[in-house]
Design a protein around this ligand. Structure first.
Ligand SMILES: [Zn+2]
Length: 283
């Protein structure tokens, strides 16, 4: 059977999982590196489940490429390697990423933060863990500058400052629907540090991971980096985007209020009301 009609397992970018996929077309480039042959088989694919079209490159390494297992003394050939276009998304982007500069701020630091975040996502998608760890530390450093911390302080001092520096937080705990979000009285104001106690300790670990990757050649695992990203993303969202979003949510709820059907009169009350009406005068 020609390869074009075969069904193979491949990673579907839309399902974000391995699926049965059809090979629609293919072609092979033969490359020689150091006198050894490698085949690059390019395939145009479609997912049998969702019809998503993508490209897949299957690289067949020469038999000579591989490694010896020290324990068994066996030789394992390098086998095949799979590359996808569009690439596999291992780290989903938060929906607010594009709003980081458009909505919140347009100074250099906001632009730099978004740019570094986008580079971290690319590094994580491609399993470049050392680069991602250094990037996560760099993103936190930019965030610290946005909060207005003295740049002369050491990193632990900066984190302690973020913990002790109090900010006031407005909470519309009892929104009045007839007023716009801007007109509503602020019912509750509370003071808190920019970072909480446990959060500060977590950020110190985040900085240490970045330092170990940059200076000691340590490669953290994907789970470690995913956890650090949750910490970084949740703090960025809470401090920079959530106040805007809350205000819009109130506004949206107000808009929908007019669509709610009114409660019908009960039948008993309705009949009573009809009986009490004066009959029309007879001619
Ligand atoms: Zn699919």
């Amino acid at each position: 059977m020609p390869i074009e009609r075969q069904t193979v397992k491949a990673h579907c970018g839309r399902c974000n999982a391995e699926r049965n996929c059809y090979i629609r077309a293919d072609g092979t480039n033969v490359e020689f590196l150091g006198g050894l042959r490698r085949d690059f088989n390019y395939r145009l694919m479609s997912c049998a489940g969702c019809d998503y079209i993508f490209c897949m490159c299957v690289i067949t390494h020469p038999k000579e490429y591989g490694s010896f297992d020290d324990e068994t003394g066996e030789f394992h050939s390098a086998g095949q390697e799979f590359i996808y276009f569009p690439g596999i998304v291992r780290q989903p982007r938060p929906e607010w990423l594009t709003r980081l500069t458009f909505f919140v701020g347009e100074d250099d630091n906001h632009d730099r933060l978004r740019s570094v975040l986008e580079q971290i996502y690319i590094a994580l998608d491609n399993e470049l863990h050392v680069l991602a760890a250094i990037g996560i530390r760099a993103a936190f450093e930019i965030l610290v500058n946005i909060f207005g911390v003295d740049e002369q302080l050491t990193f632990p001092q900066k984190i302690d400052w973020l913990k002790s520096h109090k900010i006031t937080v407005e909470e519309h705990v009892s929104p009045e629907p007839q007023l716009s979000p801007q007109e509503r009285p602020v019912i509750h104001i509370k003071e808190r540090g920019i970072l909480g106690e446990q959060e500060s300790e977590a950020f110190k670990t985040l900085v240490e991971v970045g330092n170990a990757a940059a200076h000691r050649g340590w490669e953290p695992g994907a789970e470690v980096l995913a956890t650090l990203m949750k910490l970084l993303e949740s703090t960025i969202y809470r401090e920079m985007l959530e106040p805007f979003d809350q205000s819009w949510h109130y506004h949206d709820v107000d808009e929908y209020k007019s669509l709610i059907p009114r409660r019908a009169l009960s039948r008993k009350r309705d009949t009573k009301a009809r009986k009490s009406k004066t009959p029309p005068p007879e001619k």
